[in-house]
Design a protein around this ligand. Structure first.
Ligand SMILES: Nc1nc2c(c(=O)[nH]1)N[C@H]1C(S)=C(S)[C@@H](COP(=O)(O)OP(=O)(O)OC[C@H]3O[C@@H](n4cnc5c(=O)[nH]c(N)nc54)[C@H](O)[C@@H]3O)O[C@H]1N2
Ligand SMILES: Nc1nc2c(c(=O)[nH]1)N[C@H]1C(S)=C(S)[C@@H](COP(=O)(O)OP(=O)(O)OC[C@H]3O[C@@H](n4cnc5c(=O)[nH]c(N)nc54)[C@H](O)[C@@H]3O)O[C@H]1N2
Ligand SMILES: [Mo]
Length: 754
């Protein structure tokens, strides 16, 4: 029977939206109770508190929530947050997807289910195969699955194979994954970071010579000023609030730069302190700067202009460590205040006020996340941010530096160990020398290019190590067509999502162990390692009983595919994955900074990877100095309609939907909503909770998404916000950041139809 219609997007469900008073506390008593409510409801009361105590402990597992580091000397302690607890509970759930599930539900009927429903079905437990034209997945043995993959890869050219990575994969799994791609003969390694912090990597590499941040967690104890730009830590990095609170207690200031005044930045109570019933909470942000969407480049140019005009710069540092100051001076003279004011939505007076605070800072940290990286001009904006740091000499100094706050818990580590579609020659030659393979030198595709290639019919096999590419990528309908064009799609996953439903002609689901689970191999109880947002590599050992006896570890699955394809020459795949120490030794011989990996990863707290700008400062750039860039002031100004950003609610982890509320923004029971300025609503004759349609416009092409309820909200005029992934259908595939090719998820030109 031919496959029925499989719809790509989340179905529109009847939601009963309630607008309530936004919750004020980011992680106080309510946060803690919430975290336990979710955990208890999902994984049963027994052992829950015991297991929560192993999160982020030296001998436990790394929290699968986010990449924020643990206090260096507190890994024996107990740090968790509400959303870490949700991530843990989603993995530790007692619900299971059985074989019967797929004989009951066809893929077309599953496509009518919502994202939250999918996640709530529980853990995937056995390998499943969807044959060509079939409606139902059937059980398949692991061996048959590996042979099928090998068969399909052997039948095509290496350039028509791609290996996607999501950022939960450990260093060990990711290193094997990248090596497998290169042995197949391709650098087609699209990665979730292409949709995430790629702009930060590109901008930082070209300005300070390393694609990572330059601060340690302890720097938050020494800093006198932290700017939090385009980031919502209360929801997405709750443990970061502890660091901000410590900075405040020591007399430092925090400024939030964001179109929305996010709750976590307003008032925060440390959960552990709350447990001890101490204190009344710390007001985090001393100042909130309501910049317009994509107004940050203008704002930071305005700040730099003020600093240069007033000679409030660190001349000695600039002379010794940077190039480009003269060009920057003349560039800033040319940038006009009227343009800065219009684009940023902030007055010259206000910007000079902020610049004055910055000019007094001796040790400033600038943090940023998706509010900065997902625009057309993101790379240029990050250059403008780095310019402000360089003007004040905020590198190689305690308490100062650049802090791009990473998302997925090991997204930074995956890149470090070789998940890169244009790897350096030094990496490839070291890999070849260590393994005996001959890596291809041609660049591969990133996530957007993969979809474009597949639309053209140029991809036959797509293997995914975690993630949910269909829903994470922009232009959902186009992405679905692209995936349908692929011969075989393979998902190595823990939980069901839409990428298991919207597939190639044939599809495989390979269920794997999660971070929280014990990983027992022939050599005993194994552990993996990860790198956090601040470049610390440390171990992660699962403590829970695996969800099913059929589950395999990610490194074992990758090794079995390698073995099915290439046997034991020149890489002894199975031997390698049996004992992860062997994988780590190989990483040590390929990637700089991993000396004595197996010894140091066993030490409490792990070890720091080298970082030139932080440790020196030393700059690994062609000139040997940090580069001040002068990019023309770009803007995303919409003449008709609105600029839309797509953001996360408090009840989701990327494409995984835990619940329907966003309590810090006062929203209950709905996700298909548009946050809108009340004056814009009056102007357009729109009433609260009115249903509207959204139409995005790009290069004259319109994309529609129907039935969104309007929520009045404090957001700059002309700006609106919706949730990802429901709104991804509106983001054009070809709308990407210059230089990083990241989808412009935070700058979408939208018209509202009433
Ligand atoms: N609980 C939970 N934790 C997570 C995740 C999750 O989904 N749930 N996801 C993880 C991942 S992969 C990532 S990358 C991070 C994401 O962490 P965030 O970057 O905090 O996530 P977003 O919800 O995309 O929030 C973007 C923020 O930027 C602001 N913003 C939007 N446009 C602009 C702009 O033009 N300028 C400025 N200044 N601000 C702007 C928005 O108002 C919002 O506060 O979180 C990680 N942690
Ligand atoms: N419009 C819009 N789009 C966006 C964004 C945005 O802000 N706006 N943000 C972008 C960002 S920052 C990111 S990082 C991407 C996220 O893109 P992805 O990383 O591809 O998506 P996730 O939703 O994190 O993937 C969730 C799935 O991963 C699987 N999984 C979970 N844990 C494990 C594990 O331990 N091992 C394995 N093998 N699988 C596991 C589960 O099956 C789960 O369903 O989305 C991007 N898309
Ligand atoms: Mo991300």
């Amino acid at each position: 029977m031919p496959r029925g219609k499989v719809s790509a997007t989340t179905p529109i469900e009847n939601e009963s939206l309630r607008i309530v008073r936004p919750s004020k506390l980011a992680a106080g008593l309510k946060g803690v109770t919430q975290s336990f409510r979710h955990t208890l409801a999902q994984s049963g009361i027994k052992g829950t508190i015991q297991t929560m105590r192993t999160v982020n402990r030296f001998d436990g597992f790394d929290c699968p929530g986010c990449a924020w580091p643990d206090p260096d000397n507190h890994r024996s302690g107990f740090e968790f947050c509400e959303n870490g607890a949700k991530a843990f509970a989603a993995e530790a759930t007692s619900q299971r997807i059985s074989t019967d599930f797929f004989s009951t539900h066809s893929v077309s009927s599953l496509s009518e289910k919502g994202d939250m429903w999918m996640d709530k079905q529980g853990r995937l437990t056995q390998p499943m195969y969807l044959a060509k034209n079939e409606e139902h997945y059937q059980q398949i043995t692991w061996d048959a699955a590996y042979s099928l993959i090998a068969d399909r890869i052997e039948a095509t050219n290496p350039g028509r194979v791609a290996l996607y990575t999501s950022g939960r994969a450990s260093n060990e799994a990711a290193f094997l994954w990248g090596t497998l791609a290169r042995q197949i003969g391709t650098n087609n390694l699209p990665d979730c970071s292409n949709m995430c912090h790629e702009s930060s990597g590109v901008a930082l590499n070209t300005s300070i010579g390393i694609g990572k941040g330059t601060v340690k967690l302890e720097d938050f104890d020494y800093t006198d000023l932290v700017l939090v730009v385009g980031q919502n830590p209360g929801t997405n990095h709750p443990r970061m609030l502890s660091a901000l609170a410590r900075c405040k207690r020591k007399g430092g200031s925090v400024i939030s730069i964001n179109p929305l005044e996010e709750t976590g930045m307003k008032r925060f109570k440390h959960p552990q302190e709350m447990l001890r019933m101490l204190g009344t909470g710390t007001t985090i942000a001393d100042d909130h700067v309501p910049v317009r969407i994509n107004g940050d480049s203008a704002l930071f140019k305005g700040i730099a202009k003020h600093l240069v005009e007033n000679d409030a710069i660190d001349t000695a540092f600039i002379e010794k460590h940077t190039i480009g100051i003269n060009e920057l001076r003349s560039h800033l003279i040319d940038v006009q205040w009227k343009d800065i004011e219009r684009i940023s939505g902030l007055s010259e007076y206000r910007i000079r006020e902020i610049a004055t605070i910055i000019s007094r800072s001796k040790r400033m940290i600038i943090c940023w996340a998706m509010g900065i990286t997902q625009h057309r001009n993101s790379v240029a904006t990050i250059h403008d941010i780095v310019n402000v740091l360089l003007l004040g000499g905020h590198f190689g100094r305690k308490g100062a530096g650049a802090c791009p706050v990473r998302g997925h818990s090991n997204v930074q580590g995956d890149r470090t160990v070789g998940i890169n579609h244009h790897p350096s020659e030094s990496f490839l030659s070291a890999l070849d020398a260590a393994t005996g393979i001959k890596s291809p030198r041609e660049s591969g595709v990133d996530s957007v290019q993969l979809i474009q290639n597949s639309i053209e019919g140029n991809c036959d096999v797509l293997l995914c190590l975690g993630g949910n590419l269909l829903s994470a990528m922009s232009d959902t309908e186009v992405t679905a067509k692209a995936l349908n064009n692929i011969g075989l799609t393979v998902q190595i996953s823990t939980k069901l999502n839409r990428s298991h439903i919207v597939t190639g002609s044939e599809a495989l689901i390979l269920p794997c162990l999660g971070r929280t689970e014990q990983d027992i191999g022939v050599t005993g109880n194994r552990f993996v390692s990860v790198e956090n947002s601040m470049g610390v590599v440390h171990s992660s050992r699962g403590t829970m009983k695996p969800a099913s006896e059929q589950l395999m570890s990610e490194p074992d699955i990758v090794a079995q595919i390698g073995n099915a394809l290439f046997g034991t020459s020149p890489i002894q795949w199975i031997h390698l994955s049996e004992d992860y120490d062997r994988i780590r030794s190989l990483i040590e011989s390929v990637v700089p900074g991993f000396d004595e990996y197996n010894t140091r990863v066993r030490k409490e707290g792990g070890f720091y990877l080298p970082n030139g700008p932080r440790d020196g400062p030393v700059w690994n750039t062609p000139s040997g100095k940090a580069v001040m860039h002068c990019n023309t002031l770009d803007s995303f100004e919409v003449m008709d309609g609105y600029t839309m950003m797509t953001i996360r609610s408090h009840d989701q982890y990327n494409t995984t939907i835990y619940g329907m509320d966003d309590r810090y923004r006062g929203v209950k029971n709905a996700r298909r909503i548009v946050f809108m300025n009340p004056d814009d609503m009056v102007n357009d004759g729109i009433k609260p909770q009115q249903e509207v349609n959204l139409i995005s416009i790009h290069n004259g092409i319109e994309r529609r998404a129907e039935r969104w309820k309007v929520v009045p909200y404090s957001i700059p005029r002309g700006n609106i916000a919706t949730y990802f992934p429901e709104a991804n259908v509106l983001i054009p595939l070809e709308s990407v950041a210059i230089g990083s090719n990241t989808p412009t998820s935070k700058s979408v030109h939208v018209r509202i139809e009433t």
